[in-house]
Every structure is written in structure tokens, then in C-alpha cells.
Design a binder for this molecule. Sequence first.
Ligand code: NAP
Length: 303
Amino acid sequence: MTGPAKCLALIGAKGMLASMVLDTASADFEITPFDLPEFDLTDASLVQKVIGELKPDVIINCAAFTAVDACETNEDLANKVNGEGPGILAAAALKVGATLVHISTDYVFDGKQTRPYAEEDRPNPSSAYGRSKLLGEEAIRSSGLKEYFIIRTSWLYGPGGKNFVETVARLAAERQELRIVADQFGTPTYTGDLAGAIFNLLDAATVDPPPANSPYGLYHFSNEGECSWHDFALAIVEELKGRGATVVAEAVLPIRTEEYPLPAPRPAYSVFSKEKYRRVTGATVPHWKESLIRYFDRRSSEV
Ligand SMILES: NC(=O)c1ccc[n+]([C@@H]2O[C@H](COP(=O)([O-])OP(=O)(O)OC[C@H]3O[C@@H](n4cnc5c(N)ncnc54)[C@H](OP(=O)(O)O)[C@@H]3O)[C@@H](O)[C@H]2O)c1
């Protein structure tokens, strides 16, 4: 390590992504975790006080109201946590000169596109969750803070969280037949890879000499490749079987979105272009199948 450790405030520290941020951060960072109930990012005076006292170099915001369907009936709370919260953090970051990293979502898009979404593509959310997350992006952009990264990601899974991989693993051990949506396409993202991407972007902003063009701004990051939820489920079940896990499911059947109605509409297509991320960081993006195997390797070593 060169120089003193950087002070990092990790918001939403008990969540799924945050646990991998904690796991991935190098010794260059001294991390102070914040989460409910002691720390509510919608409490502006508390946030100003806490961030004002800590004076972090970096704030990573992994906190959000992430229950997508519950957002449909709690849009006020979604807008407060996902829409106003990021603006409150941006104002606090501006005051202490911190860089803010904020995580957003593919749900800001309506999914009508048929080629990978780039950062310049127009958002048009069709769910309360997507609208609230877009409000959060706008709150950061209009805060006056220049040193921020907004990273949109998709289909996140990893240790310590409710996620599709764990749901399929549970159902595959319980049911003879799984019925999985096959007409929504996107890309899974392993939290370990997203945590790495966060630090790669932070590194790109602190190179010496400083980069000619500001690296700050909006990024898309997921794993590489694309698949349907059904393809993803097939890969998960295959991996479970290959590792000798209990699988009673004999069939993983493809179904249409209409056959599995949910309160919040999901984008039918939300593959991201990672071109900008690759250009700015020089990093490669692992394919989702390769990352799924790494996740299972880790999962096996923890059981
Ligand atoms: N999961 C996905 O598939 C996905 C996809 C795309 C983007 N994202 C984005 O990725 C980020 C991380 O997601 P995740 O799945 O890791 O989230 P998560 O596991 O649900 O963790 C979020 C954390 O934030 C906390 N939190 C909620 N409201 C808060 C508040 N008002 N003040 C402080 N903390 C609060 C939660 O506490 P409680 O548990 O007590 O509520 C929880 O510990 C989020 O921004 C999410 O929108 C997720």
C-alpha cells in the first residue's frame, strides 16, 4: 500500500452487494459501515452530521429499497429511499469533497430495445422501482457533485442475499418441475465482479498523472453475454447437479411472462453494453457462465 488508507463510508453495509464490497476492498481502504436501523440515508441531517464528522474520501451507496414488487404499492417510500436518498448522499459528499459511487439498475429501461443498452440510451422505466431509481440518478446529477460514479447493473446475485440463484437452488431441491420465464433477456451479474468493477472505476479516477478526460459519470456494468431467466435457471440446475447437490427437479420448463404475473413489469430485454467501462478501466468483463461457476466454487467452500 502507498500512502495513508483512504476512508470509505459503505452505505447499506448489511446488503448483498455491500458484503462483497467489504470482501473485495484492498487494504488501501479503511471502511466504516452504515445501515438501518442506526443510519437511515433518507434522514438528511443525520447523513450530513455523520458524513461531516467522518469526512470520507469515498462513499459507496449500496442501500436501496430493492423489493421490486413491493415498490408498486409503496411508491412514496421507494421514491424517498431510492430517489431522494442518493441526492442527500451527493450533497454530503460535495460538502466533504468525497467521491460518491451509487448503484442503479437496468429497470430504468423499458426493455423495448433489441441491441445492448448504452449509457446514452434514453431511460423509460415501467415500474415504480425503476422510476424511483431513475429519480436517484437525477438527484445525483443535479446535486452539483462532479466526482460521482453511477453504475447501472442487472440481475445481481451473490453471497448473503435473496437472489435468483438461491431461489432456483431451493426450488430445485423441493419441486419436480420448475417453470421459468423464457421471454425476458438480460445478463446476470455476480456481486464479486461488480464490487471489482467499483474499485476499478475508483482506480481509474485516481491514477497519477490524472486522466485527460474525467472518468466520472454514468456506467453500465453486468457480466458478459446474454440469456433468458430460463437459460440462467438451466445453468444453475446443471451446476447444482454437477456438484452433487440435492436436485429433485426433473424438468425446467420455459414459460411466458404472462404465465407468471408479478405486480411490477420487468424489461423484456436489458442487456448492457460494457464498452465504456472497458475503455475507461482497461479491465475485462467475465462471462456470466464463468462467474456463476466462481460463485458456486465460493458457495461450496462456505458450506
Ligand atoms: N438485486 C438486484 O438484482 C439488483 C439489480 C440491479 C440493481 N440493483 C441495485 O444494487 C444495489 C445493491 O442491491 P442489493 O441487492 O445488494 O441490495 P440489498 O441486499 O437489498 O441491500 C440493501 C441494503 O440497504 C439497506 N437499506 C434500505 N433502506 C435503507 C435506508 N433508508 N437507509 C440505510 N440503509 C437502507 C437495507 O436494509 P434492510 O434490509 O433493513 O431494508 C439493506 O441492508 C441497490 O442499489 C439495487 O437497487 C440490484
